[in-house]
Design a protein around this ligand. Sequence first.
Ligand SMILES: [Zn+2]
Length: 43
Amino acid sequence: MRLSQGLSVSEEGELVEYSRCRCGATWTKVFDGDGGKPEQPSR
Ligand SMILES: [Zn+2]
């Protein structure tokens, strides 16, 4: 079971979800904030 800890937006505009399991494990899940816009290889 995962419990959502919250959402935040990274400097690159990606949506980052922080989750924590009931057993104590934590992890992050990153979504493409632009919804389909390809990432640029370099800037
Ligand atoms: Zn767990």
